[in-house]
Design a protein around this ligand. Structure first.
Ligand code: F6R
Ligand code: ZN
Length: 184
């Protein structure tokens, strides 16, 4: 029988996720081409700047049924025209796979859209907890002046479907109007 007590392989503290199986990914603004309404404002921005960074702990191989992944997204503040920086957004490739998001730092809005293109939204703040059911597209918008960090936990066989949003995107946008975020 094993009697040794080991350290955990990953640590999530002070808004950082570290560990031997944690992969760091950077999404630069140019990779979000097409998601913002104001194309001219987008073209006038520095596309090489990072829009968000994601740390993901992959304890099992991608595609494994029954496993879970754990991520921390760092979404920078900023605006393209009157729209806030946001994640690209996706539906899971295995559409029935659900996910948890939760607010860690900063403030923002989680956009959710069903297959009939009904879109709704929830405020995100440190401690907010969000259950994203299967078949629901999800995107996060940073409405604050500081970095927005949120955690995520999802099945290791969910995959990503970004293509479904390429043409029409979400049916609503979060815009900075009269100095506050509005869902329109
Ligand atoms: C995983 C998940 C998150 C996002 C991350 C970046 O299912 O929802 O880890 O992948 O917040 O957002 P996207 O993938 O939309 O660029
Ligand atoms: Zn997801």
């Amino acid at each position: 029988m094993k009697t040794t007590i080991t350290n955990p392989t990953s640590i999530f503290i002070n808004g950082q996720l570290t560990g031997s199986k944690v992969i760091h990914q950077v999404k630069s603004l140019i990779e979000l081409n097409g998601i913002f309404e104001d194309q001219i404002a987008f073209q006038n921005m520095d596309g090489s700047q990072p829009a968000y960074e994601v740390d993901v702990w992959f304890p099992v191989q991608t595609g494994t049924e029954g496993g879970l992944f754990f991520g921390l997204t760092h979404l920078y503040p900023g605006r393209v025209g009157d729209e806030y920086f946001m994640t690209k957004g996706h539906l899971h490739a295995k559409e029935n796979r659900a996910e948890y998001y939760w607010g860690v730092e900063g403030e923002g809005i989680l956009l959710l859209m069903d297959k009939k293109r009904n879109t709704w939204a929830e405020y995100m703040f440190p401690g907010s907890l969000h259950y994203i059911p299967g078949f629901i597209a999800h995107r996060v918008v940073n409405t604050g002046s500081f970095i927005l960090k949120f955690g995520a936990c999802w099945p290791s066989d969910s995959g990503y479907n970004y293509d479904i949003l390429i043409n029409e995107g979400f049916s609503k946008r979060v815009k900075h109007i009269d100095n506050k975020p509005l869902l329109i």
